[in-house]
Every structure is written in C-alpha cells, then in structure tokens.
Design a protein around this ligand. Structure first.
Ligand SMILES: Nc1ncnc2c1ncn2[C@@H]1O[C@H](COP(=O)(O)OP(=O)(O)OP(=O)(O)O)[C@@H](O)[C@H]1O
Length: 340
C-alpha cells in the first residue's frame, strides 16, 4: 500500500490536484453531494494552524479538551494562565461564521480543508469521530492532524478554505473508491478494506451497475480531468452520493489495490471489464488489519501535544475517558443521508 502522507516532491500543483480541491468541484455536483459551506481562511489563521504546538484560540466556547485542562489547573497557576490567555490569538469573525454555518447545517458538521479531513485526529475528540458542534471542536481536530499539515504545505499556492459539510452517520460498508484513467472507470474498491461485510458479496453486481451508471451519467463529462479517483457513498436504496475526488497519484490511498497494479493498468484501450474488489472473507479483513498496523504512519500526530498546564498525555486521556463515561459523548440522531 502506498503511504498516504508524502511530502510533495516539488511545490507546483498538478492539474488534477487543483481540480480535486473540494472548493473547485462541489458546485459542479451540488445535487449529488452533501451540503457544504466554506470559510475563507486569513493568513493569521493559517499561521495559527501551522504553528507547532496544540493550543486553542482565545474564545468563549470550550471543548471537552479545554475543560479537561482547566480541571488540572490549581489556583497558583490561574493568574499565569490568565496572562497567557491574553497572548492567545483570537479569530472572532471566523468563529462567528463557523457558528452560523453549523447552525445552518443542522448542528453537526464534518470539517476539512481544500483536500483533506483531519481523520487521523478523530481519537482526540470526545465523540471519537470527526463530528463537530462548535468552532473549538474544529480547531482542535485541525491542529492535531498530519493530513492538515500536508494541506497547509500548499497554502502559498492556493486560497485555503475551511470546508464544513453536513454531518451524516455513514455506514462504512457502503463507501467505495473508484479509479478513472483516460476518462474511463477501470477499478473500484471497498473503502473500508479492514472489515468484512458479508452482505456485500450478494450486492456486488448491483453496486457495480449503480456506480458505472452514475459515473457515465454524472461524472465522466463534468469533472475536468482524465485521471482521478472519486469516492461514492451508496444509501440503503443504492442511491449514489459523491464524497470526494483525489488525483490518481501515489499519495492517494488505493485500499484493496496496490499502486503498481493501478499504475500499469492499461486504460488506453477501451475498458471491457471494471475490476471491482471487496473484502471476501474475515481472514482477508484480519490480514489487511495486521498489514495496516505494521505499516501505519499516520495514526498519531507527529508532534507531541504541548500542554502548557503540564498535564501528561496519559493523564489527559484518562480524564477524557472519565468525562466520556460521564456522558459527554455526542449521541447519534440516526439521520440518514437519503432523507435530504
Ligand atoms: N459529511 C460527512 N458526515 C460524516 N462522515 C463523513 C462525511 N464526509 C465524509 N465522511 C467520512 O469521512 C471519511 C473521509 O472523508 P473524505 O474523503 O472527505 O476525507 P479525506 O481526508 O479527503 O479522505 P481521503 O484522504 O481518504 O480522500 C469518509 O470515508 C467518510 O467515512
């Protein structure tokens, strides 16, 4: 499997990389993707995101993370922390815009920048996933993620945006990554390649048919590139929704395919058969999980968490767990994407 995070070899962006920015494609597929809003990010805010240590801006709203740190503060350190607060950056306009968007999108959002979500930092949030109910939830996830660091490395070349998408409790079994070369769909993989979903074996040919149709009717002549990947979510009625585009480049995760297999695949000729891979047994899922553990490089943030109050990561996690057990997790509202 290719490594997901690779430092760009040079700073110029490929055409596909440009087109795959969510702010560049979402309008083209408005009817076929989830509700999305954007916040323009200022240079000051980008500097804050790029700064090494994890700290939250001066703000009125508090996350579980901040409450945890506060719990550890004793009275001697209170005045110190008050004077530190004065030096913290603050972004009231961005926070206000985020609050309004969260409200418009129904109270919970999924955050990402131009290309990436902070999926490697879900562990730090109280919910254990990427759902955010206020601005500080978003800041904490973005500040803790290596994928976001990678997006920020392009900040001098593109206008960086914070993208907020309406939150849905998606079924990982129904997500598929599809590969396009020379404007032809030639391969599809189950996106959650670490789990075996027996029911997919029976649905496989229907799913293939749905994705093939959707590609031909909605994507092929609309997306302005010839080589790329797209991610599809199928509702329980097998209605396709677009989740994401990525360049057909080595930095994109290829799940059940090896990069070399895709690279050498000859899509110059007309594709007669699309290769569709799903996990076919529990043993295969176990094998994929153990390989993922062995080669994983993106599971924890690369920088140690700099907690100025002196709370160790272990104490922090312990306290976080206690708070979660006390009921601070966000409940699912069972909302389905097909109710849109
Ligand atoms: N609106 C949403 N609500 C809830 N979960 C979502 C939403 N959008 C995406 N997800 C989940 O987050 C995962 C990652 O989403 P997305 O592809 O947008 O992020 P990414 O960082 O670009 O990932 P990749 O690098 O693999 O392309 C998806 O596979 C899906 O499970």
């Amino acid at each position: 499997m290719p490594s997901i995070l690779e430092t760009p070899s040079n700073s110029s962006l490929s055409s596909a990389k440009k087109s795959c920015q969510i702010n560049n494609w979402v309008e083209l597929f408005r009817e076929h993707t989830v509700k999305t809003r954007f916040v323009n990010l200022t240079p000051e805010f980008l500097n804050y995101l790029s700064a090494d240590s994890i700290f939250l801006p001066n703000s009125n709203c508090k996350t579980v993370y901040e409450n945890t740190v506060d719990n550890y503060s004793d009275s001697d350190s209170d005045s110190d922390s008050q004077s530190e607060e004065k030096n913290l950056p603050s972004f009231p306009a961005i926070e206000q815009e985020i609050r309004e968007i969260i409200h418009t999108l129904g109270g919970r959002v999924f955050p990402k920048l131009n290309w990436s979500s902070p999926k490697d930092s879900a562990w730090i949030s109280a919910s254990g996933n990427l759902s955010c109910v206020d601005a500080n939830d978003i800041f904490l996830l973005l500040k803790s993620s290596d994928f976001i660091v990678n997006d920020l490395s392009y900040k001098d070349e593109v206008q960086m945006k914070l993208c907020l998408r309406k939150w849905y409790d998606l079924q990982p079994s129904m997500e598929f990554r599809c590969f396009v070369k020379n404007n032809q769909l030639f391969a599809i993989t189950q996106r959650d390649h670490l789990n075996y979903y027996e029911f997919l074996l029976e649905l496989k040919s229907k799913i293939l048919y749905c994705i093939k149709d959707f590609f031909g009717e909605k994507i092929k002549n609309t997306f302005p590139e010839n080589d790329y990947t797209f991610d599809i979510y199928l509702t329980k009625d097998l209605k396709p929704f677009l989740l994401d585009f990525n360049p057909l480049e080595k930095e994109t995760d290829t799940m059940l395919f090896g990069w070399e297999e895709l690279r050498v695949s000859n899509a110059e000729e007309e594709i007669k058969e699309i290769e569709f891979r799903i996990v076919e047994s529990q043993q295969e899922a176990n094998f994929n999980s153990s390989s993922q553990m062995a080669f994983s490089t993106n599971r924890v943030p690369k920088d140690a968490i700099d907690m100025s109050s002196g709370v160790s990561v272990i104490d922090f996690m312990k306290n976080m767990t206690e708070q979660m057990q006390a009921g601070l997790t966000i409940d699912s509202d069972d909302e389905e994407i097909d109710k849109e």
